[in-house]
Ligand binder design. Structure first.
Ligand code: ATP
Length: 607
């Protein structure tokens, strides 16, 4: 086009410099002008017709251009109209907003669809979480230590469809998947809310094929995530020249379910909360609440000293009821009343919403006190981190205001329940307070037992017990999890006790590139220490646990401290002897456990 314009200008300048020249005497003038105008109007395809207009009058040239432009407009209008008609009458569409859980489900199904894999317009994402399906990739160095340098580049990336339109074939039918992103200005004008959505279309007068596709995606997702708990965190996006916003939630990890028996807590308390949640989550309960005009909400306050299992219980309960867990912290730098309300509003119907350490921020003040300063919706300013930008009234409104959703389970954790405002813990907001204490002897025994149970024996027992005690809340076992019975080998030991060991495990195997002296790596496989069978007869464990618990003073150490100690001992055990001997464990627990607990950080030096 530049060339054409240049030529036209040249001709025009020549023309103007010779006053005697006319269009008739310079036939290229008309042609060049037409070319210029055609380019200007985006009608370059008509330039081959230009010679036809040589020696014609400017009027006919102008008429031609107008005609061309009008016909193009008409064609494009007709095309749009036709497209609209086809869309309205012959195409069915289902749109899915990223607010909905199904968005994640369909997106994850699309990720593995062959047409998306082959697509020329996809996004890549690094996935380097060891338990998240992929094996961790490490090097064994010449001195025997593992090296995870640049493991994210070795782990295969995850691909998902990029923004725009994609075509996929499924069950002999063509579908169009349109990934869209819309941004809207938030109420505070400092926040831009980004929404992503999927629109799936297909030819036909019914959405049934699309519904079938979504159902299929759900089945696949259910099978792959049945034994996992998705952990969701606020999605903080850096957009709009450095301003941040929380538009939604994003899955940060899908981790193996934490089993209830791995949280040592008073059995009665455990059963009370399990029964209460089971009743609350029952669909009939929701109807009962609705009929009486009572908001269908349930709140639990988990209170106790640090390291006593509050967060662990929340995760275990989420796993038990097959719910995803949405974790937010009020002390987050970018959290304020508006963002909190936005996050709560976009919670799905059934989930666990965990607000951690609510006493750790300025929310403990009585209502009215210093609220004014908390109300400032400024983002990214330099306020001290410990001072929350969420006000108490903002928190209360978000939790049970008129627009707050219902059906989810709210859990809040605190180390200092007495310092909380009464309004926050009043019945209706908090329905049960679960108090955690430091470990009793009984809890120390339980901790010991599950810590030294072989991993797979534990999952075997848990599977048994969950099958018996799930009250029908657990879906039928369609799981493809690695806990499958076929992976377990049960054998009788010579002394008559039972030894259960794992014979293979894809999930716990780490692919290791052995670093040779020549720096050339060769691939070998190691089994992680977690899957090594402890050389302790199952029958011996209760007795050892009893001995261990005898050494632990009641309510002195938190379960976290005891767990830390036991982990230290495991480390020493695996370093000193291979395989670990029963006598070593006996000698460690029999003589030094109390000393170790008092000075846990010196354990390694002792050995
Ligand atoms: N009651 C318990 N049963 C089993 N493990 C526990 C228990 N309490 C603590 N632990 C272990 O200690 C660690 C810390 O536990 P957790 O985060 O649940 O404690 P917390 O009470 O939430 O602590 P904080 O108040 O500091 O957040 C975890 O690894 C967990 O496995």
């Amino acid at each position: 086009m530049d060339h054409t314009i240049y030529e036209a200008l040249l001709v025009a300048s020549n023309t103007s410099s010779s006053p005697n020249s006319t269009t008739a005497t310079n036939p290229r003038l008309g042609a060049n002008t037409i070319e210029l105008l055609l380019s200007f109007f985006g009608l370059r395809y008509f330039t081959p017709l230009v010679p036809y207009f040589d020696n014609r009058t400017e009027w006919s040239i102008l008429a031609f251009i107008c005609l061309g432009w009008a016909s193009c407009k008409a064609l494009s209008e007709a095309y749009n109209k036709l497209q609209g008609v086809v869309k309205d009458y012959f195409v069915s569409t289902v749109s899915i907003d990223d607010k909905e859980n199904i968005h994640r489900v369909v997106l994850s199904w699309l990720e593995s669809h062959p047409d998306i894999i082959k697509s020329r317009n996809i996004c890549a994402e690094t996935e380097a979480i060891a338990w998240n399906g992929g094996a961790s990739v490490a090097r064994v160095q010449s001195d025997g230590y593992l090296n995870f340098s640049k493991q994210e580049f070795k782990a295969p990336p995850k691909y998902y469809p990029a923004m725009g339109s994609h075509r996929i074939w499924w069950q002999g039918r063509l579908f169009w998947v349109n990934c869209r992103e819309t941004a809207r200005q938030g109420r505070s004008m400092k926040v831009t809310v980004v929404r992503r959505s999927l629109a799936i279309s297909c030819l036909g007068w019914t959405t049934k094929p699309i519904k079938d596709l979504i159902l299929r995606a759900s089945e696949v997702y259910d099978r792959s995530s049945y034994s996992k708990t998705s952990v969701m965190k606020p999605n903080l996006l850096e957009i709009d020249r450095g301003r941040r916003c929380a538009s939604n939630w994003m899955e940060v990890v899908s981790r193996p379910i934490r089993r209830m028996n791995t949280v040592v807590l008073d059995e009665e308390q455990k059963i009370r909360i399990l029964d209460d949640m089971n009743e609350y989550l029952n669909p009939k309960t929701a109807l009962w609440y609705a009929n009486r005009g009572i908001p269908h909400r349930r709140g639990y306050m988990l209170s106790g000293p640090p390291g006593t299992g509050k967060t662990s219980l929340a995760y275990a309960l989420a796993g038990k009821f097959g719910l995803d867990i949405y974790v937010a912290s009020l002390s987050d730098d970018h959290m304020n009343d508006f963002i909190l309300a936005l996050l709560v509003e976009s919670l799905p119907k059934k989930c666990v919403f965990l607000l951690e350490d609510i006493d750790a921020v300025g929310i403990t003040k009585q209502r009215g006190e210093s609220e004014q300063q908390n109300l400032t919706p400024e983002l990214g300013n330099n306020n001290t981190k410990s001072e929350s930008k969420v006000s108490l009234s903002g928190l209360l409104n978000a939790l049970d205001g008129v627009s707050s959703p219902e059906g989810h389970v709210l859990m809040m954790t605190t180390n200092h329940i007495n310092s909380l405002d009464k309004a926050l813990v009043r019945p209706g907001r908090i329905d049960q307070i679960i108090c955690f204490k430091n470990a009793s002897k009984k809890q120390a025994r339980e901790l010991f037992s599950w810590m030294y149970e072989d991993d797979y024996q534990a999952s075997y027992h848990d599977k048994d017990s969950s099958d018996n005690s799930d009250n029908g809340t657990t879906p039928p076992s369609t799981s493809t999890s690695t806990d499958s019975d076929s992976d377990l080998e049960t054998s009788s030991r010579e002394d008559g006790s039972l030894l259960i060991s794992r014979i293979s495990s894809s999930s716990s195997e780490a692919t290791v590139f052995k670093e040779e002296e020549s720096s050339i790596s060769t691939t070998t496989e190691i089994t992680s220490s977690a899957s090594q069978t402890l050389d302790v007869a199952v029958d011996d464990l209760p007795r050892l646990a009893e001995q261990f618990a005898d050494k632990i003073p009641n309510n002195k150490f938190s379960p976290a401290e005891i767990q830390g100690f036991l982990l230290m001992v495991s480390k020493i055990r695996s370093r000193l002897l291979s395989p670990p001997s029963l006598s070593l464990i006996r000698s460690v627990f029999g003589s030094k456990s109390e000393i170790f607990l008092c000075v846990p950080h010196t354990i390694c030096q002792d050995y």
